[in-house]
Design a protein. Structure first.
Length: 66
């Protein structure tokens, strides 16, 4: 587990640095909480791509309108 020294009683900065150091550990923990089938991952990724494309198209339509 990463460790951070608190300097000059600056706990906020130390906490921010600690969170940055622990980011990989937290991500790994969240990934292991629940198993998602590969087909489900692909389906969600495809849906997210479609949503992004739809959002971009909507933004472009609004820009071109004026």
């Amino acid at each position: 587990m990463p460790a951070v020294k608190v300097r000059n009683n600056n706990v906020d900065t130390a906490l921010r640095i600690f969170k940055r150091k622990c980011l990989d550990h937290i991500w790994d923990y969240k990934q292991r909480q629940e198993f998602v089938k590969p087909s489900e991952k692909r389906r969600k990724a495809k849906q997210a791509g479609i949503a992004r494309a739809r959002k971009r198209r909507k933004e472009n339509d609004l820009r071109n309108k004026f």
